[in-house]
Structure formats: C-alpha cells, structure tokens
Design a protein around this ligand. Sequence first.
Ligand code: XUL
Ligand code: CO
Length: 447
Amino acid sequence: MGNIFIGNQEYFPTVSKIQYEGPESDNPLAFKCYDADRMVGTQTMREHLRFAVSYWHTFCGDGTDVFGPGTQVHPWNKKSDPLAAAEDKIDAAFELFTKLGVPYYCFHDVDLAPDGNTVAQGEAYLEHMVTLAKQRQEATGIELLWGTANVFSNPRYMNGASTNPNFDVVAHAGAQVKRALDATVALGGKNYVFWGGREGYACLFNTDTRRELEHMGRFLGMARDYGRSIGFEGTFLIEPKPMEPMYHQYDVDAQTVIGFLREHGLDKDFKINIEANHATLSGHNTAHELQMCADAGMLGSIDANRGNPQNGWDTDQFPTDLQDTVQTMLVVLANGGFVNGGLNFDAKLRRESTNPDDIFIAHVGGMDCFARGLLAAHSLLERSPLMKSKKQRYASFDADMGADFERGTLSLTDLRDHAAAIGEPKRISGRQEAIENMINDHLLRSV
Ligand code: XUL
Ligand code: CO
C-alpha cells in the first residue's frame, strides 16, 4: 500500500495504520484476529474476506435520523461548494481505507459526486470525481468492489425508479444508472449493484404490479446490455430487501429475486448481493439467504451488517455476532469462496458514537468478527465431520431406488409399492444439538 494520506490534510490524525496485535491485545485500534497475510487453507485472510468500506455510511452519514439532525461533525464536510466538499471527502475516504487496510470500497454515484442540477452537470461532476478516484486507487492499490446509482433519494423517485408509473422518471433513472455504470467501468469495479430502494408500492389500489415488474425486467436488461457494450466484465447484482422504505418491495428475498431473474432472462449476468439485516427483515437469516443463492449458482456478494433482534427495521449495525459470521463463512467457503464479491460493511455508527476513531473501532470489530468466523468455518470444513454427516444424511438417494428417484425414473406407484414392501422406515436422528455444539467448539478453538 502507498501513502497513508494523499491530500493536503490528514483527516484522522489520532489514528495510524491499524496493525494485527493478536488475541491478547487490549488496543481497540488493533486487530485481534484479522491478519491480512495469514494463510487459511490456500488463500490469505485478505483474499478470502475481500473487505470493503461503504462510502455512504462512512463519509456521507452524520447520525441524522427521523427524529433529529446529525450528531457527528466531519472535517471533510465543511465546504459549502458541493464539489469542493466531495474532493475533501475522497481524500478522507482513501486515508481511512489505507489506515484500515481494506482492499475495496463501494459507492453510489451521489456519494462520490454531487447530483448536479441537470443530467449533463451530474455526469460532469461524476466524471471529475472518477478521475480523482482513479488516481487514488492507483496510488494506494485499493479497488472498487462495486458501484451503484442512488435512484431512491431524489424526490423525483418517490413513486419508484424503473417501476415508476411515469416514463419520464424511468428515463431519469436510466440516465443515472448509465453514468454510474460508466464510473464503475472506468474504475475497474468488480460488480455493479441494483438495490431496488423504492421499487415496490405502498397502495395496491393505485398500482399495476404486473406492468411495474415488467418494466423492471426491461430496465435491468437495458442496463446489462449497456454495461457489456462498454466493456463491463464483472457481475451485476440485485440486493433483496422486503420492506423499508416501501411497504412491499419487489425484491423481497433471494428466492423471489432468483425467480424474477430467471423469468426475465437475466440469470446469466446477474447474481445476488445478500445483506444480513435485509435477510432478517424478510423473516430469514443470512445463512439461509446465502444458501438459496449458492444452490442457484447466484451467490454474488455480501453486505455485512446486523439488525437489532427486537426491532423490525434496518439498523445497519456493524457485525459483532460470531454465530452469524461463522454461518455466513461456512456457506461462502462451502460454495468455493467469493469470485467477484466480497464483504461490504453496509453499516453505520450509532448516533451516539461521536469520536473520530469510533468509525475505525467499528470496522476493526467487524473485520475481526469475520476473521474469527472464517477460521471457525475453515476448521469445521477441514477437521469436523460436518459436511460428511450432511452428505451421509442423504445416502439413501445415492443407490438403488433412491438414485432412480433422483434420476426421475420412478412413478408414484413405484413409491407406493416400495413403501408397502419395506414397512415403517427407521427413525434417523438429525443430530442438530451435536452439530450446534460442534460449531461453538470450533469457534472457541479459532482465535
Ligand atoms: C439499503 C441498502 C443500500 C444498498 C445500496 O438498505 O442496503 O445501501 O446496499 O444501494
Ligand atoms: Co446494502
């Protein structure tokens, strides 16, 4: 990695490069487990985990919530000229990425550059900021995990973006996705994300859901074709979420999105970006959502965060729960690891966390939490009977009539005759408690 800070000003003077100090360290600004170059199996921790910082929470958020203004005062957010402020922000961003030692970052078009008052002005602002981002990427070796367009904040998108009942708004969404794709390709982004912020509805009486969903499929196809035409070789990702801001969002969960992508012929170019807190809002958990994607060959990337178990909304907290991270990394590793994807901390500080180093401490904790999850998952896959016993559970389908059933050569009458011949089947324990205990054992051994 290159310089610690690139601009004229150091934005986090109280923080130096975060080091690995090991499990006995009491230093909140040191890694206890994440040791980027440590080999886990055939890859380093850095290569397995592919951490990314999200630009929007970390550099654009200030603790504002629906009940009050921001509590966090950022030195990069002082200038009244929006382009000058964006230039300060990008220096603060690359300083943080470098000091944290993350290999990637993610942004929305309007995180990086001001929106502009016209289509042409917005494009010019973004192009200018992309030039600065490119220089900083080259100087530091930090790369873009994914780009996206924010087509949900501007009031014009109040009734949706690609699913808006007004075609003129759909056209504006197209303009924004085009400029965000241009930026992502210029910066060598590994993925391009669509989170359907307001793609859904609040009132069925005024909504033609069939038409809106067709429009969304058409729009995504146009974006795919444009992206490929300008040389994008990465993965398009859809990020499911069941609600908030809309009561009903079309991309409810992984299985809904998988069905949608297949219906619209998008399944070759698109995969899925699973966010932990969105998974819990949809009544599932992250591991379930990831497994559904893995089964469909569509596990793309992860927005790493957590919800708050007693709240029904998206709290976007930094991950701290080892059970979550071990389950997540088990699915990821068993699926062969990330290809283009990674772990993007789509997480924000609590409004009450106002010290300049809180943002580093939050990321350090999240990175350690995933590093421990990675070690435990690797240990479970390498040294425990977990996968073998899962396979064994289905052994009756590996030969004889079970295998014929899977091949599709049996009829319902064949099933009936077999059942009549064998009598009552044996009860075979699922051994859930033994497996759950084993997961804790491996977690405690992996520090
Ligand atoms: C919103 C959310 C977004 C997407 C990108 O809940 O997760 O930040 O990740 O638009
Ligand atoms: Co997200």
